[in-house]
Design a protein around this ligand. Structure first.
Ligand code: GLU
Ligand code: ZN
Length: 494
C-alpha cells in the first residue's frame, strides 16, 4: 500500500504555527514512506474563504520548501483539488444517501430551528439540537413539501442506538454512543453547498487518502465521519490525531502568546530552516538528544511512532535560538543576500542596491553575523553606519558607577590612541586602551563603553574596531569628538 496523506486547510486566515505543523508532519510522513503528499483546499465556507488566505497558503508552503505531489496548480489524477470546484460530486453523493434511505431531506425553516433551540434552552431539555422532525415524514408529506417548493437540506440518519468507534494510532480506540453524536447533522445545505463533514469524507475517499493526520481538535468529528464512511460502504482510513500546540502557559497557542502567523515570522526575519526544524520538534522527537534536522533529514527520519501523545509547547525563545543557529550556518554571501531586503526597507541602501552598496553589505555581514537573532535585527545593529546618530546623552556615555570626569579622561585618552589605529593596528591600540583602564583604575568597559556609545549610539553594537573602520575613521573620530565635548560641558557646568 502506498501512503497517501493530505493537508486540507480552509483558506479562511493566514497560515499559522499549528497549521503548518500539520502540513509538515503529513509531508515528512509521505516522504519518509515514499508516498504521496496531497494539498486540498477546503473552501466550502465561501463567506469566510478569501483569495488572500489562499495566496498566503501557497507562499508559505513555497517558502518552507514543501512541495505537494497532487493538488492545485500541479494537478493530479484525483483533481480538481479545490472543493468549490467539486460541488457536483458532493450533491451526487448526498442524493445517493437519500435514495438509499441513509440520509433524508429536512424542510425545517431556520425560524423553526431557532425556536426549537430557544425552547430547549428554556426547558433545560436533555435533547439538544435538531429534533429529527423530518426524519420520518411520509412519502405524501414529502411530495407535498416538494410541490410547494419548500427548500430543504440533506441530513444524515445517525443511528439511534449503538455506538461508533474509531481507532486512533496515537490515542487508541475512541468510542462514542450514537445518541451523543449530533442529531442528524446537515450534509448538504439548502444552497446545495456541502458541509465540511460531507466534502471532507468524500474527498478523502476519492483521493485515496490512507492516513488522516490532523489536529486533535477534530477528534469529536471522528465518529460522525466513520458513520459517513459506513453509510457509503467505504473503507475508513487510518487516523492519527496530532497533539495540540500550546503556549508556555499550557493553553492552546493563540495570538495572546505572540504572533502565530507564519507571515509575521517571515517578515521579522526567521529563516524557513529554523521554523521548519523547530516546529517539527513540537510534538515529535527523534531521540532525547538530537535537536537539529534539515528538511531532507526529516523527510528521511520522520516516523509516526515518535509523535508525542501529550501536547507540544511552542517556545518563542527556543525558536529564536534555532534561528540564530541557522543564521550562523549561512555563508557570508548567502546572509548578505538575505539581509539586503531589510536594509532596503530601512532605506539604508537603494532598492535595488548599487554595486558599491552590495560591496558594503558584504563587508558588514561578518560583523553582525554573531549578533543577529532575526534578520530584522540588522536594522538597529547597523543604523549608525548608514544614518547620522543623535548626540548621545551624558547618562548614556557614563558606564555604571563611573563619574563624568573619569569618563572624560578615559574617552580623551582613548581618542589619542584611536587616532593611531590605522598606523598601529587593532592589537596595539587595544593593548593601549587596556593599559589606560588600568591607569585610571576603571574596568575595561569603562574605557570601551563610552567609545562604543559615541560611535554607534548604542551599548550593543558590532565589534568596536570593525565598526570604526566600516563607518570610516573620519566620521568615527568626529563622533568621538562630539562626545568629548558633551562630557566637557558636563564637567565644566558641575
Ligand atoms: N479544513 C479542515 C481544517 O481547516 C481540515 C480538517 C481535516 O484535516 O480533516 O482544519
Ligand atoms: Zn426538519
Amino acid at each position: 500500500m502506498t501512503v497517501r496523506v493530505r493537508y486540507a486547510p480552509s483558506p479562511t486566515g493566514l497560515q499559522h504555527i499549528g497549521g503548518i505543523r500539520t502540513a509538515l508532519f503529513n509531508y515528512f510522513f509521505a516522504r519518509a514512506q515514499k508516498g504521496k503528499f496531497i494539498l486540498r483546499i477546503e473552501d466550502t465556507d465561501q463567506e469566510r474563504s478569501s483569495e488572500e488566505a489562499l495566496e498566503d497558503l501557497y507562499a508559505t508552503l513555497e517558502w518552507l520548501g514543501v512541495e505537494w505531489d497532487e493538488g492545485p496548480i500541479v494537478g493530479g489524477p484525483h483533481g480538481p483539488y479545490v472543493q468549490s470546484e467539486r460541488f457536483e460530486l458532493y450533491q451526487e453523493y448526498a442524493e445517493k444517501l437519500v435514495s438509499e434511505g441513509k440520509a433524508y431531506r429536512c424542510y425545517c425553516t431556520s425560524e423553526r430551528l431557532e425556536k426549537l433551540r430557544a425552547e430547549q434552552i428554556a426547558n433545560k431539555s436533555e435533547q439538544q439540537g435538531y429534533d429529527r422532525h423530518c426524519r420520518d415524514l411520509t412519502q405524501e408529506e414529502r411530495a407535498a413539501l416538494e410541490q410547494a417548493g419548500i427548500p430543504s437540506v440533506i441530513r444524515l440518519k445517525v443511528p439511534l442506538e449503538g455506538k461508533t468507534t474509531f481507532n486512533d494510532l496515537l490515542m487508541g480506540p475512541i468510542t462514542r454512543r450514537n445518541c451523543d453524536i449530533s442529531p442528524d447533522p446537515v450534509l448538504l445545505k439548502s444552497d446545495r453547498f456541502p458541509t465540511y463533514h460531507l466534502a471532507n469524507v468524500i474527498d478523502d475517499h476519492m483521493m485515496e487518502v490512507t492516513h488522516i493526520m490532523r489536529a486533535q481538535e477534530w477528534i469529536p468529528s471522528g465518529p460522525l465521519h466513520i458513520l459517513l464512511y459506513e453509510a457509503f460502504g467505504w473503507e475508513t482510513p487510518t487516523y492519527c490525531h496530532l497533539p495540540m500546540v500550546m503556549g508556555s502557559d499550557g493553553q492552546k497557542l493563540s495570538k495572546r502568546h505572540g504572533s502565530t502567523a507564519v507571515k509575521d515570522f517571515r517578515r521579522e526575519g526567521y529563516l524557513p530552516e529554523a521554523l521548519l526544524n523547530y516546529v517539527s520538534m513540537v510534538g515529535w522527537s527523534y531521540d532525547s538528544e538530537r535537536e537539529f534536522f534539515t528538511k531532507d533529514e526529516l523527510c528521511e527520519l520522520f516516523s509516526l511512532e515518535k509523535i508525542n501523545k501529550s501536547p507540544g509547547i511552542f517556545d518563542y525563545k527556543k525558536l529564536l535560538w534555532y534561528n540564530g543557529h541557522y543564521i550562523r550556518e549561512k555563508s557570508d554571501a548567502e546572509l548578505a543576500k538575505l539581509l539586503i531586503p531589510y536594509l532596503e526597507a530601512s532605506s539604508f541602501i537603494k532598492s535595488p542596491p548599487s554595486q558599491e552598496e552590495i560591496k558594503r553589505v558584504n563587508e558588514i555581514v561578518p560583523l553582525v553575523k554573531e549578533r543577529l537573532k532575526v534578520l530584522s535585527d540588522v536594522t538597529e545593529l547597523t543604523r549608525f553606519l548608514f544614518e547620522e546618530i543623535a548626540p548621545p546623552q551624558v547618562e548614556e556615555l557614563l558606564p555604571k558607577k563611573q563619574d563624568a570626569p573619569t569618563t572624560l579622561k578615559a574617552l580623551k585618552g582613548a581618542y589619542g590612541y584611536l587616532k593611531e589605529l590605522e598606523v598601529e593596528g587593532v592589537e596595539a591600540v587595544e593593548a593601549k586602551l587596556m593599559e589606560l583602564a588600568n591607569t585610571l583604575e576603571v574596568k575595561v568597559n569603562g574605557v570601551f563603553m563610552p567609545i562604543r556609545v559615541a560611535v554607534t549610539g548604542s551599548h550593543v553594537s558590532p565589534p568596536l574596531f570593525d565598526s570604526i573602520r566600516l563607518l570610516g575613521y573620519e566620521k568615527a573620530f568626529s563622533r568621538i569628538e562630539r562626545a568629548i565635548n558633551i562630557l566637557e560641558n558636563e564637567v565644566h557646568n558641575e
